[in-house]
Design a protein around this ligand. Structure first.
Ligand code: MG
Ligand code: MG
Length: 633
């Protein structure tokens, strides 16, 4: 059997705030260690020993002090000066209680391409460090002048052969240059002093700029980090795994949120390696949650809002079918879809409604194993949600989702029993004041749920879904809103029973941003329902009085030309305000309702083997929504 849990550390440079705030956030997120970045120490008003005391109080080990630059193979007098500088840093480290210094491979234009001299300098450095009881880890920067490959850095460390000189591997520097992770197998574990972890999106750009601005948490980028981490674990390495993330978004985000995401991402990376065949390590948490489908969507709404929402649901062909056994909650159904409207005067849904206005406050997900799902959530630092339940009510397990909403877990096969128990009172006739029931639109299932958040929150939400659940992400798309850019990416369960699209807005002026503002926070922006015949659904919707989002005629001229569509089909699409997309032979049809309370709207889709979300149509939809002026209330 392999080894278990990993030692998690993070560099202070990864986080926003003052050094004290960073250290507090690191400890609260569950890290055992922290790298002190020199700038954070220089800008701190106290002494290094004060930082050591704060870290000790928080239970944090200082794993590394960094960086030190431009030492090996310098000509004189720069060489002597570099060693003098180094001695001063050793003084700081002694006071800080940092056992290890990170030395970057030399970037100076003065650095000599003189390998014996590099080794001699590293050896002298080892003697000086050892005399102080310290160690130095040598890291190949991807843009180093003569050393920019961990294989070369390792060869230097190996040939220096000094107990105080070891190697530091940094995934960014190796994977940005596509250095094969198989080469890590040559490294002796006792000479690997520390491992730094960062992911990054694949970008074709200058290495230094890419590294300084676009690093991200494991799983948020495109690097093959599991291969890289597995190669390291196979060497027998059992030291620190330290996040070193330079990212403009994270520097603008909350330190505690970024630290929490980082810890979650490191654990999930380790777990992914542990689940591989013949892995050198064993899992320390249950596997990613296999979530099958969305059992229900819950809206929080006051009575007045619930009446207006009910009118819209009725027009969408939903029927109010039953009431909760003791709460002010109504269940609406159509096909396999359940929508729950919660108007309770107290409790979570009420607080959510007060905060956000009528909106989606919870999703119920059907999962294979509820206790395992809760255990994985706990291991990843996702808080459990518990609310007082009556003596005859079921305690439906839940966790805090993103944006303050909830995720409930329901065991596969238990749904019917839960509905029968919790919602035993059938509604046969619409009650006084309740909207009359419209005709069914033939909607069968929830196709996807779209969530909107700020640019800073986007990666965090994505990470939440990808670490907790067995889900994969689609490629990221940039969508031109009328007033800015929106990043859009979907996370999908294996059978595509759950599809969630995430939309992060870069500008405060985009329509997506305005949804966030009207909502007082990020959340569900639209819910898309699947149907087998969108023309029938559209006809029924209009008969039920549903206001559809009007699509401009120019759009239909364009798709007729673009796809070579039959005029009769184009006429039908135009008549029903239906948008169209095609991918090879696969076809997609979509229509939108107008927004409810300017916060949430509904979509109806028909998929004919199509797997995307009509990204090409998003700009048309956004412009149509921006043009539509709701009546002032
Ligand atoms: Mg590094
Ligand atoms: Mg959609």
């Amino acid at each position: 059997m392999g080894r278990g849990a990993m030692l998690c550390s993070i560099a202070t440079v990864s986080l926003s705030g003052t050094l004290e705030q960073k250290l507090a956030a690191v400890a609260a997120a569950g890290f055992a260690g922290v790298e002190i970045f020199e700038t954070d120490l220089i800008t701190y008003p106290g002494r290094p020993r004060d930082v050591a005391a704060i870290a000790a109080d928080l239970g944090l080990a200082i794993t590394l002090f960094q960086p030190f630059r431009d030492l090996e193979a310098m000509p004189e007098p720069q060489r002597a000066r570099a060693f003098d500088r180094m001695e001063r840093k050793f003084d700081v480290m002694a006071e800080l209680g940092a056992p290890l210094l990170l030395l970057c491979s030399n970037c100076s234009p003065l650095a000599l391409p003189d390998r014996p001299r590099m080794i001699a300098d590293l050896h002298e450095l080892g003697d000086r460090a050892a005399a102080r009881g310290l160690k130095v880890g040598y890291e190949a920067l991807a843009w180093g002048r003569h050393v920019h490959d961990h294989r070369e850095a390792w060869a230097l460390v190996r040939d220096t052969d000094h107990p105080a000189i070891g190697l530091i591997l940094d995934s960014f520097h190796s994977l940005s240059r596509a250095i094969p992770s198989s080469s890590i197998g040559d490294i002796r574990p006792e000479k690997l002093f520390l491992v730094q972890v960062a992911d990054a999106p694949r970008l074709d750009m200058d290495l230094l700029q890419w590294s300084r601005h676009f690093r991200c948490m494991p799983g948020q980028g495109d690097f093959a980090l599991a291969d890289w981490a597995e190669a390291i674990l196979r060497t027998g390495y059992d030291g620190w795994w330290s996040l070193e993330i330079f990212n403009d978004r994270f520097r603008a985000g909350s330190a505690s949120g970024v630290a929490q995401d980082g810890h979650r991402a490191l654990l999930a990376m380790h777990d992914a390696v542990a689940r591989r065949p013949r892995s050198p390590v064993t899992p320390t948490m249950p596997p990613p949650v296999a979530a099958e489908r969305i059992a229900f969507i819950e809206f929080a709404a006051s009575h007045a809002e619930a009446a207006a929402l009910g009118t819209m649901l009725a027009a969408l062909g939903f029927a109010p079918t039953s009431r909760h056994r003791r709460k002010d909650v109504v269940r609406w159904t159509q096909g396999g879809i359940n929508i729950v409207v919660n108007s309770e005067p107290e409790g979570f849904a009420h607080s959510f409604d007060v905060m956000h206005g009528a909106s989606v406050c919870a999703l119920g997900l059907v999962v294979a194993d509820v206790p395992a799902a809760l255990a994985r959530a706990q291991a990843l630092g996702v808080p459990r949600f518990e609310q007082a339940v009556g003596p005859d009510e079921l305690d439906i397990a839940g966790v805090r989702g993103v944006g303050g909403s909830l995720l409930h877990f329901i065991a596969d096969g238990a749904e019917a029993a839960v509905w029968a128990h919790e919602f035993p009172q059938p509604i046969s006739q619409p009650a006084a004041g309740q909207s009359a029931q419209g005709q069914s639109l033939g909607l069968t299932a929830i196709d996807h749920v779209a969530q909107t958040m700020t640019h800073e929150e986007f990666l965090s939400w994505q990470l939440f879904y990808l670490t907790l659940f067995a889900m994969t992400k689609t490629p990221q798309l940039d969508i031109a809103d009328t007033l800015g850019l929106v990043h859009s990416q979907a996370v999908e369960s294996a059978g595509k029973g759950i599809r969630i699209t995430l939309n992060g807005s870069q500008s405060g002026q985009t329509l997506s941003s305005r949804f966030v503002q009207h909502y007082f926070g990020a959340g569900v922006q639209h819910v898309a329902f699947a149907c087998p015949d969108i023309f029938a659904a559209a006809t029924a919707a209009v008969a039920n009085g549903l206001d559809l989002l009007p699509i401009p005629p120019n759009y239909y001229d364009d798709i007729e030309a673009r796809f070579g569509l039959e005029p009769a089909l184009v006429d039908a699409l135009r008549a029903h305000n239906i948008l169209y997309d095609r991918d090879g032979e696969a076809e997609y049809f979509q229509l939108y309702s107008r927004a409810f309370a300017r916060r949430v709207f509904f979509e109806i889709v028909e998929r004919r083997a199509y797997q995307g979300y009509g990204a090409a149509n998003a700009v048309v939809r956004l412009a149509a929504q921006a043009r539509f002026k709701p009546p002032t209330s």
